[in-house]
Design a protein around this ligand. Structure first.
Ligand code: SF4
Length: 408
């Protein structure tokens, strides 16, 4: 890797920060205005940043932290995850929930159980509930819609869905029920690697699902794994470039952790430094995206959550699933979530943030991009994106105000 390219990439970010274009980020660039932060970084620049040595890595992390503070503020959004089913029809090579893992004890939560857990989480202060499962077709789109409606009728919260690949029609039913966001990680932007890791699946289908979600007006999240077999810095650069071309509102980027009952049991875990650099570069390229300090990162290293928050992350996703189920949702073993109390470990998170001079957001933490920022208009985006019969109004919540470069 050329040090010249690395210095040039860092220089581009510093110039972009100094030239004050951030208020146009995500809204298109006015004629003659400097390009928005992140847009000027080429694939070569991103590779150079990902391969930064220890000295440049410190500069990279400091820049990512500065960009995070400037664009997203110091507030950290907590998303309470409910893992409501560990059944999955897919067979991803890296995942303990894969269909062929017969050793895993499977469970499904009833809609009433899910709503009760969501009520406890919202009473504890969560403003976003994430409903997550394997690709479990036992739940029809209408069932998921009932979950969303029940949660939103009971509390002023956002709902994120992470339930895998479905048809556009099914996604539309979920959106119509009021789901605000959808998380569907692309996992790797390398089509060949994607197909090898996901038997019977294609990256093309994944991207089609993401396009449907975008068209339906969801705030869209994607993301990738760091440390997959055969992955290189260039592969990871393509991941980040794909996230940029998808213009995601969220991106989950976390290290691979092997599960003993999968074909990748003997593959080493993702590298901590590379995981942090990928997160930091993503922050530079996606200044207005919500980026979590992932549970996988916190599982890989006892201080991983803090490290993530210091190099670009502005979100934490505590697990509020009842412990009896949580221990069975084993994508990888030893998750830090297993040690957290029912509320996901709020006291510990507050203490961590306080030590960092940051605080928990009290808003729903919608995307700060212009499309959603104007009075929070996931609903208005939905009205544009959805067929008339599926559009619904009444968007609630709003983005965190007071950020120095926040789009107003
Ligand atoms: S990664 Fe997701 S889709 Fe793949 S096996 Fe695991 S839960 Fe199922």
């Amino acid at each position: 890797m050329s040090e010249h390219i690395l210095a040039s990439a860092i220089g581009k970010v510093q110039d972009a920060l100094a030239s004050k274009p951030p208020r146009t980020q995500g809204a298109g660039t006015a004629r003659g205005a400097p390009p928005p932060l992140g847009a000027g970084l080429t694939e070569g620049d991103i590779v150079a940043l990902l391969e930064a040595g220890p000295g440049e890595q410190r500069t990279l992390f400091a820049l990512a932290d500065e960009v995070r503070r400037g664009f997203m503020g110091d507030a950290v959004h907590l998303r309470g995850i409910i893992e409501f089913s560990s059944y999955c029809v897919r067979n991803c090579l890296y995942c303990g929930l894969r269909r062929d893992n017969r050793r895993l004890v499977r469970y499904r939560m009833s809609i009433d159980e899910i709503l009760a857990v969501a009520a406890r989480a919202t009473a504890a202060g969560y403003r976003t509930i994430v409903l997550q499962s394997g690709d479990d077709l036992h739940y029809r789109a209408e069932d998921i819609a009932r979950m969303v409606e029940g949660i939103k009728q009971a509390a002023d919260v956002a709902v994120t869905l992470s339930v895998g690949e479905r048809s556009r029609q099914e996604y539309a039913i979920m959106r119509r029920a009021g789901a605000d966001r959808f998380l569907l990680k692309h996992e790797t932007a390398d089509p060949g690697l994607y197909s090898r890791l996901h038997p019977g699946m294609t990256l093309e289908d994944r991207l089609e699902c993401l396009a449907h979600l975008r068209g339906l007006g969801f705030q869209v999240g994607s993301g990738n794994i760091v440390g997959l077999p055969g992955q290189t810095a260039r592969t990871l650069a393509k991941d980040i470039m794909l996230l940029r071309s998808l213009d995601v509102e969220m991106a989950g980027i976390g290290p691979f952790i092997p599960h003993p009952d999968t074909p990748l049991a003997s593959h080493p875990p993702g590298d901590l430094s590379m995981s942090l650099r990928t997160l930091a570069v993503a922050r530079l390229v996606l200044p207005l995206a919500h980026l979590p300090a992932t549970t996988a990162l916190a599982t890989l290293h006892p201080d991983g959550r803090r490290m993530g928050l210091e190099c670009g992350a502005n979100v934490v996703m505590p697990n509020v699933t009842p412990l009896e189920f949580r221990r069975l949702y084993e994508i990888y073993p030893g998750s830090i979530a297993l040690a957290a109390p029912d509320d996901g470990g709020l006291a510990q998170i507050h203490a961590l943030l306080s030590g960092l001079g940051r605080q928990v957001s009290h808003t729903c933490g919608h995307s700060p991009k212009p499309a959603w920022a104007a009075g929070h208009s996931a609903a208005s985006v939905g009205r544009r994106g959805l067929p008339p019969e599926t559009a619904r109004g009444g968007g609630r919540g709003g983005h965190e105000g007071g950020c120095k470069w926040q789009i107003g």
